[in-house]
Structure formats: C-alpha cells, structure tokens
Design a protein around this ligand. Structure first.
Ligand code: BV8
Length: 256
C-alpha cells in the first residue's frame, strides 16, 4: 500500500481509463540516479550549461567536447536501473492500453519492459553520421569505453568520413517528424494523460499535455515541484515518479 494517498477523484480517473498516454521527462529517471537536465552537471561537467552543450553550435565549435559529454551520460545510464515509476508504467500497460512518449534519451522505460512510442529527443544509444545520417555501431562509440576526459574525438563515418554525432535532437533542431506525429496523436487519442517528471519548459514537447487539456482530456501531473503547467492540469500530484505512479497503479484493476 503506497504511503502517498490518492484523492478519490484521481483514483477514479486511473480506474476508469482505458487509453492512457504517459509523457515523461528527466525527473522520471531521477530516482535511478540519472541526473535531470537542469541538474545534469554534476562533477566533471558542472561548469557547462546543458542547453549550450546540447546545440549544433556547440558541436561545430568543439565536437570532441560534445561527444565526450554524451559518452559520459551514456555510460552513466548504462549503470542505471529502472525505478518503481518505470516499473509501474510497464505494469499499467499490462492492464490497459498505455502509450509512452518521452523526452528522455535514456532507455530505462525499455529496460522496465515498456514499449516507447516516441523518443521525442532521440537516444543516447543511436549515434549516426552527422552528414549522411548512417547509423553508427562501431565499438569506439561503446559508452562502456567512455573515459573521464573532457575531450574525446568522435568516430568517423565509414561511408562519407564525416564525424559521427550523438543520435539526439539538439536545441534548434526539429524533432523526428514521425515520432512527433505519433506523440501528437497519442496526446489527444487517450482518455487520460499522465505527465511526469518534466519542467514543461521545452517545446514542442511541453505542448502535448496542453493539447490534451484543450481536447477535454483529464491530465494528471506528477512532480515534486510545481511547473508552469500545474495550475492548468486536472490533478497535480506533488510527489516523485517512483511514489506517484505506483500509487496511481493501485487503482487500476487487473486486465479482463
Ligand atoms: C525546435 C536532447 C524547431 C539532448 C533536448 C516555443 C516557446 C519557447 C521556445 C521554443 C518554442 N519552440 C521551440 C523553442 C525552442 C526550444 C525550447 O523549447 N527552448 C526552451 C529551453 C525554452 N525547443 C527546441 O529547440 C526544439 N526544437 O523547436 O525546432 C525547428 C523546426 C524546424 C526546423 C528547425 C527547427 C528541440 C528541443 C529538444 C532539445 N533537446 N534533449 C540532450 O538530452 O542532451 S531537451 C532536454 O531538455 C531534455 O530532453 C528535455 O526535453 C529537456 C529537459 O526538460 P525535462 O525533461 O523537463 O527536465 P528538467 O531537468 O528540465 O526538469 C526535471 C523535472 O523533473 C523538474 O520539474 C523536477 O522538479 C522534476 N523532478 C525531479 N526529480 C523528480 C522529478 N519528477 C518526478 N520524480 C522525481 N524523482
């Protein structure tokens, strides 16, 4: 029994929803010891602003710095395990139709057994050529080989000899159109949207719960701190992903 008490109206939404869309952000992985974006700069990288490093400008200015940062983050995620929040989302999908849309570039939803319908901002584990987009699988891109160096030369594309870049979406770059279309459909094609662990500051991802609300769909937000969206959602659960999601799941009867 969860220590976090769920309001009966919230419990009813979780009990009665058949098509649930879960939109997750970096806070979803915080309890897996993966730092959120806003406090991603621990230790080695604390003097870098993530919104500056995650840009095409930073890449063209110093690809070895940006490559090293992503290899460091990928290795950190390699050492991480899904938390009770990830597990609750995966279990919810065994009981109802659950669509997972995430801003996260980690693979913790998948490690928990969830199928992710849209990685809106890409993945740490999908490097590709910065020029011809050829996916890259060379061992020199293996995060386990990542070092504590601030500068690591990115590998070279075997087809066009251009540098290989992280398979993520940088600020100022468009989201993958197919992933965005699936996410936009899922935001208005559900009877409950749960937005968890995001500061709701980065667009167009932050527009998804807004679209659901505009379509008259109930939105539950889970975050230990209020966000710009919190005054508009149907219910705001001021707690963590690892506590809030299992507490919601307790009100979802088994399938059949
Ligand atoms: C684009 C990948 C157009 C790389 C990332 C409209 C208005 C204003 C600005 C814009 C706008 N439209 C576009 C923009 C510009 C920009 C933007 O939104 N800027 C912001 C900063 C104002 N958007 C873009 O550039 C997007 N592209 O618009 O392209 C275009 C179209 C055609 C042609 C050319 C261009 C691309 C945005 C994607 C950037 N890439 N990541 C990487 O990861 O390195 S964004 C990155 O930051 C993450 O992926 C994530 O999306 C975002 C961080 O946000 P959160 O996930 O919310 O994390 P954050 O750390 O902020 O917050 C954590 C939250 O968790 C907190 O609220 C905290 O309280 C909570 N929390 C903590 N612990 C827990 C918890 N919650 C639950 N449980 C816990 N235990």
């Amino acid at each position: 029994m969860s220590e976090f008490s769920i309001d009966p109206a919230v419990a009813a939404l979780a009990r009665d929803a058949f098509w649930v869309t879960v939109c997750s952000g970096a806070g979803m992985s915080a309890e897996s010891n993966v730092p959120t974006f806003r406090d991603a700069e621990t230790g080695l990288w604390e003097r870098f602003d993530p919104t500056e490093l995650a840009t095409p400008e930073a890449w063209s200015a110093d690809p070895a710095l940006v490559w090293a940062w992503y290899q460091w983050r990928a290795r950190l995620v390699r050492g991480a395990r899904p938390n009770a929040g990830h597990d609750a989302v995966a279990e919810w999908a065994r009981r109802r139709t659950v669509t997972v849309v995430t801003q996260n570039v980690d693979d913790l939803h998948e490690q928990a057994g969830s199928e992710v319908t849209a990685h809106l901002h890409g993945s740490l584990f999908a490097p590709r050529c910065s020029n011809c987009w050829l996916p890259y699988s060379g061992t020199d891109a293996d995060p386990d080989r990542a070092t504590e160096d601030l500068h690591v030369e990115p590998p070279t594309c075997p087809r066009c000899l251009s540098p290989v870049r992280p398979g993520v979406v940088w600020f100022g770059e468009p989201l993958p159109p197919d992933a965005w279309d699936r996410a936009a459909d899922a935001a208005v094609g559900c009877d409950l949207l749960v937005v968890v662990g995001t500061s709701n500051l980065v667009y167009p991802a932050a527009s998804l719960p807004e679209r659901a609300l505009a379509a008259g769909i109930p939105v539950i937000e889970i975050n230990p701190d209020p966000t710009p969206l919190s005054s508009a959602v149907t219910h705001f659960l001021q707690t963590t992903a690892g506590i809030g999601l299992p507490a919601l799941l307790e009100h979802v009867p088994p399938a059949g």
